[in-house]
Design a protein around this ligand. Sequence first.
Ligand SMILES: [Zn+2]
Length: 136
Amino acid sequence: MGHFRERLIRFMYGRYGIDQLYYALAVLCFTLMVINSFIHSIVLTIIMWAVLLLMIYRTFSKNIYRRRKENEKFMKVWNQVKKKTLFTIRRIKEIRSHRYHRCPGCKAMLRLPYKRGKHTVQCPRCGNEFKKHVII
Ligand SMILES: [Zn+2]
């Protein structure tokens, strides 16, 4: 077993290995597998295999620079999605007490206490005043 491990380490030397994109593809592959167990689609099977081959290709690739760039691009998109999702969750959680509005002047997101009716809002960042009519 120790011999095998040594050979594996030697084989993986200079190869890219596993990153966040690998895990994301693994989750995608698993999801496709679960969906496909219900609908048995040949197209889905092909996509699943393509994702699997891409995972294997990326792991053993020696072009580390390009794999890193791919992962960076993925992480950029992933962080945006994560940020928006967390913000939406926060908005839903605070729906009884607060409303979020964007300042027309500086585009800052403002968290305002929820009160029905017409209000004049002053942005704390740029000092811009604007009217807001909160209906619901
Ligand atoms: Zn502003």
